[in-house]
Design a protein around this ligand. Structure first.
Ligand code: UDP
Length: 432
């Protein structure tokens, strides 16, 4: 798997990267629990790095006694299960207490190899970053960190009733910003937030957009997709995909659907609202609350709560939908929006976080300021009523998604990796 030694003057590529994804395994089904966009990111990037000759080991916490210590996820990609703390799901606050055993587990695994086994560490999310940083310092290799979400930014945009991110996370992120050799931001917005809220040095931040699987998410005939998911061809399907969390605000879609039916009662016979995804973290009660909300709004007959679906099955939901709605309060990028666009379906999204990058306002979808259901209902009503407009947005979405391939993401990451391999390491400082 290791590429040939570079010729003099050729850029250096890492031969083997230790990717750390402590709190969630790339082998989990995304859309429930702690598994979401970050899992998809780690899987898609690891597979493509390996195809380019860079082997990837993904270190994740073992959550079941029957998990083998290592699993070959794809050629050149190995998932390593590290025992740390009790088996079973642990919330992120509890996980912070098991950082030490996790770090020891990573170091123990590496100790079986010849020195210099890993050329670089890439951490995903702050918990992995803390573990990855310790390993990178021990091995004397560069540490690249992707935060995916930022506590200070999340706390500024909490949904009503949501719990703020703890101070320990903020301090952990501060330390990583000072100590990681390089930070990867998903969008220019996130890069600016790292600088503004964490004092990160812009010279040590690169913006690399995540991608979309353009083989899996393709446009296709809508009527057939509707039939495959059990709906009649005249259905107007409004789709929410993702973990059912307050932060993602699926309630806004339900309230907008209720408004839509008030405006146009005749729609009732053909309107379906599908919420695809499962419960997550502290929001265990959200799916039940959502079902209750549907009943109290008098729209339980049009709302379908669907379990998490495989990515292949999701493609049919996107193709079948009139619009995919992403009303999140905070969203670091929004893979769901781009997947929908790749399938030719417009997106109606909140103008927050990475969504203005994922959705081209007025071109591939519509960005809405705030979370007033009436604003979403207005846009959705127009999309249902004006078929040519909807089709034009859908077609432009396919073009926009095509600019966001995982292959381009890997190009960007390899540039970052090459840069850090030839840059002097930062001096190690203690975490405050
Ligand atoms: N997803 C999935 N099945 C589901 C729901 C979601 O595979 O039932 C995937 C979805 O395709 C997307 C990811 O989970 O790739 C969610 O990523 P996004 O960036 O939208 O949200 P995040 O989970 O990062 O908050």
């Amino acid at each position: 798997m290791a590429p040939a030694e570079p010729e003099y003057g050729e850029p250096v590529l890492p031969r083997r990267v230790a990717t750390v994804s402590l709190h969630t395994s790339p082998l989990e089904q995304p859309g429930t629990g702690d598994a979401g966009g970050m899992n998809v990111y780690v899987v898609e990037v690891a597979k493509r790095l390996a195809e380019r000759g860079v082997a990837v080991d993904v270190f994740t916490r073992a959550t079941r006694p029957d998990q083998p210590p290592e699993v070959e996820m794809a050629p050149g990609v190995t998932v390593r299960h590290v025992p740390a703390g009790p088996f079973g799901a642990l919330d992120k606050q509890a996980l912070a207490h098991y950082l030490c055993p996790f770090i020891f587990g990573v170091l123990r695994t590496e100790a079986r190899n010849a020195p210099g086994h890993y050329d670089l560490v890439h951490g995903h999310y702050w918990l992995s970053g803390r573990a990855g940083l310790a390993a990178a310092h021990r091995w004397g290799v560069p540490m690249v960190q992707s935060m995916h979400t930022l506590a200070r930014v999340k706390n500024l945009a909490l949904a009503r009733g949501d719990t703020p991110e703890p101070e320990a996370r903020v301090r952990g992120e501060d330390h990583l910003v000072r100590q990681a050799d390089h930070l990867v931001a998903n969008t220019a917005d996130e890069a600016a937030q790292l600088a503004a809220h964490y004092g990160a040095d812009p010279a040590r931040i690169s913006t690399v957009a995540p991608g979309v699987d353009l083989d899996m998410f393709t446009p296709g005939p809508r009527a057939e997709a509707l039939r495959r998911i059990g709906l009649s061809p005249d259905t107007e399907l409004l789709l929410f995909v993702g973990r059912v969390q307050r932060l993602k605000a699926p309630d806004v879609l339900l309230r907008a659907a209720a408004e839509l039916l008030l405006r146009d009662p005749a729609l009732r016979d053909r309107l379906v609202v599908a919420v695809v995804g499962g419960q997550s973290g502290a929001d265990v009660a959200e799916p039940r609350r959502l079902a209750e909300l549907a009943r109290s709004l008098g729209i339980a007959d049009v709302v379908r709560m669907e379990p998490p679906r495989s990515r292949a099955a999701l493609a049919d939901y996107y193709r079948a939908a009139t619009a995919t709605v992403v009303p999140s309060h905070s969203e670091s990028f929004g893979l769901v929006a781009v997947e929908s666009e790749a399938c030719g379906t417009p997106v109606v999204a909140a103008r927050v976080g990475g969504l203005p990058t994922a959705v081209r306002d007025g071109v591939s979808g519509v960005l809405v300021d705030g979370h007033d259901p009436a604003d979403y209902a207005r846009v959705l009503h127009r999309l249902i009523a004006e078929r040519p407009w909807r089709d034009a947005l859908g077609a432009a979405g396919v073009g926009h998604a095509a600019t966001l391939s995982w292959s381009a993401t890997v190009d960007g990451l390899l540039d970052v990796y090459r840069g850090t391999l030839v840059t002097e390491r930062l001096p190690v400082a203690a975490c405050q």
